[in-house]
Design a protein around this ligand. Structure first.
Ligand SMILES: CC(C)(COP(=O)(O)OP(=O)(O)OC[C@H]1O[C@@H](n2cnc3c(N)ncnc32)[C@H](O)[C@@H]1OP(=O)(O)O)[C@@H](O)C(=O)NCCC(=O)NCCS
Length: 210
């Protein structure tokens, strides 16, 4: 069984955390074994340093699957970062409601709401990546270092750059389909442990035969 409360997966390494065990915000959900590494700031401060413009008033969610690897400085930019463009001015008048004698309840009219950020399972998010509100990243995807992800990323697709564009698929379509059916990340820990070698060697047949 996994120790559900453990923060640091490696003895003596305080730069890498099991992310779900440092999350307190009910609007952020992280799956088992997903790791965050930070060698600049304290990785336990992920919510504060990496999930930005994420105000409870919007009820928007960050959902990250199991077995993701999130590199140092990756940032998730939520809806309050999007000054509204439906107005003649991008100045956030509703936010400064006292100054302009506006109604406090209209604060959210300052920004456009593009929605939640959803990250699948077994996703590798590169160094200092920026992921924008409303984006869904599929299982098994890879996001290159310093990319800005503005659009959805299909499963098992490598994207990179600003804005992030497809570099290539990780596998043939048939293997991707099989992996998406197997969903090894949902197996019990014991079964994953038995199959680590096959997973490591990229032997899809060995995995599916077990
Ligand atoms: C995205 C990545 C995985 C691709 O690796 P790869 O398949 O070996 O890619 P290649 O080096 O063959 O590059 C393929 C193309 O993508 C481009 N590319 C690769 N990484 C890029 C990046 N981060 N940003 C922009 N373009 C990138 C290359 O220039 C190349 O372009 P071209 O086809 O026009 O020549 C890798 O480059 C990367 O960014 N890794 C993340 C590393 C990281 O952040 N680690 C953190 C610690 S966990």
């Amino acid at each position: 069984m996994k120790d559900l409360k453990k923060i640091y997966p490696r003895s003596g390494d305080y730069q890498t955390v099991y992310l779900q065990n440092v999350i307190t915000n009910p609007h952020i959900e992280v799956g088992d074994y997903t790791i965050y590494n930070d060698f600049v700031n304290d990785p336990t401060l992920f919510e504060q340093n990496n999930v930005l413009y994420h105000y409870p008033i919007n009820h928007d969610k960050l959902q990250i699957g199991k077995f993701c690897s999130i590199a140092c400085g990756a940032k998730f930019l939520f809806n309050s970062a999007n000054h509204t463009m439906n107005s003649l001015s991008t100045y956030p008048f509703p936010l400064f409601f006292e100054e302009w004698k506006l109604s406090k309840k209209d604060v959210t009219k300052s920004w456009d709401n593009k929605g939640n950020i959803i990250v699948g399972n077994d996703v590798w998010i590169g160094y200092e990546t920026v992921i924008l509100a409303g984006v869904t990243i599929g299982d098994g995807a890879i996001i290159g270092a310093r990319s800005v992800v503005t659009k959805d990323v299909p499963p098992y697709t490598i994207v990179a750059g600003v804005p992030a564009k497809e570099v290539r698929k990780r596998f043939d379509e048939s293997i991707i389909a099989e992996l998406l059916q197997i969903k090894w990340w949902n197996w019990p820990k014991e079964k994953i442990a038995q199959n680590i070698e096959a997973i490591q060697l990229g032997k899809i047949i060995q995995i599916s035969e077990k």
